[in-house]
Design a protein around this ligand. Structure first.
Ligand SMILES: Nc1ncnc2c1ncn2[C@@H]1O[C@H](COP(=O)(O)OP(=O)(O)O)[C@@H](O)[C@H]1O
Ligand SMILES: [Mg+2]
Length: 266
């Protein structure tokens, strides 16, 4: 069971969209996928048509069980989606309280990692959506994954955000004592402004092989797909964004098959 987290300490960069899109691509290939919504805003949960206010079980329960020292039982909290092969551990309203509770309750950083161990064999892939702020939920996403995908938008602010993100990663790497393969993915890419190309060049100079060589283009079909509660690969497989996400997915799967340590970790 592979576990990928999609994270960046910045909102609106396409994290949730990337989770939904990769999940759609994987299920289209016949895989079983679990998506985990670690953002209290619950965008991923609503993407798949569930309302955070009315969902009764979800990620929060895993934290609750950990605090009560109960044996984690993630299968109880998982919900089906309308997409064949795709399940979700949704965000509920209560998830917003975790950051505060974590201040007085130690050891909540590995809750998701430990819970997912109980699911090994149930899914081919787990994709974790992360909130945009560094806190215990993001730490859980980073600690649970065996690979990290960092969506970035091609603007100068994004470069700063990315540096912050990579410092966080370094910190976690240190405490885990193992390296974390990561891939930077340019998202919401607008080819027209010259600055877009300039940013891509800077990213390439700074991050080399960690930068995916493609881009996810701006595409209005993405918003339509989320309104239809469907991954883009299912909603409009021929759209530019669906093709780009398909290429990204194939790249990730090939890279995994190659297992080139120099590329995967640094
Ligand atoms: N490639 C794209 N083209 C057009 N709109 C996009 C694209 N990717 C994401 N969006 C839209 O941008 C907004 C932010 O994306 P989202 O995935 O929610 O970002 P994050 O999870 O990082 O906050 C959403 O409204 C989403 O529909
Ligand atoms: Mg999001």
């Amino acid at each position: 069971m592979r576990i990928w987290a999609i994270s960046n300490q910045k909102g609106g960069v396409g994290k949730t969209t990337t989770v939904a899109s990769l999940a759609g691509g994987l299920t289209a290939q016949g895989e079983t996928v679990l998506v985990v919504d670690l953002d209290p805003h619950g965008s991923l949960t609503s993407y798949f048509g569930l309302a955070t206010e009315s969902v009764s079980h979800g990620v929060y329960d895993l934290f609750h069980d950990a605090m009560e020292r109960n044996q984690p039982d993630p299968l109880r909290h998982i919900q089906r989606t309308d997409v064949e092969g795709l399940d979700i551990l949704p965000a509920t309203m209560a998830l917003a309280t975790i950051e505060r509770q974590a201040a007085s309750f130690e050891g909540l950083g590995l809750v998701i990692r430990q819970a997912l161990r109980h699911l090994s064999g149930h899914y081919d892939t787990v994709l974790i959506d992360s909130p945009p702020m560094l806190g215990v939920l993001m730490i859980n996403a980073l600690a649970a994954c065996d690979r990290l995908i960092i969506p970035v938008m091609a603007d100068f602010l994004a470069l700063k955000g990315l540096e912050r993100m990579l410092r966080t990663l370094e910190m976690i790497r240190h405490s885990r004592g193992q390296s974390h393969p990561y891939l930077i993915v340019p998202t919401l890419y607008d080819r027209r402004p010259r600055v877009s190309r300039e940013i891509l060049e800077i990213l390439s100079q700074r991050y080399g092989d960690h930068l995916w060589s493609g881009v996810i283009p701006l595409d209005t079909k993405i918003r339509e797909a989320s309104q239809a509660h469907l991954p883009i690969a299912i909603y409009r497989p021929s759209s530019r964004a669906a093709m780009a996400y398909g290429t990204l997915l194939n790249f990730l799967l090939e890279q995994e098959a190659d297992k080139t340590p120099e590329v995967l970790s640094a």
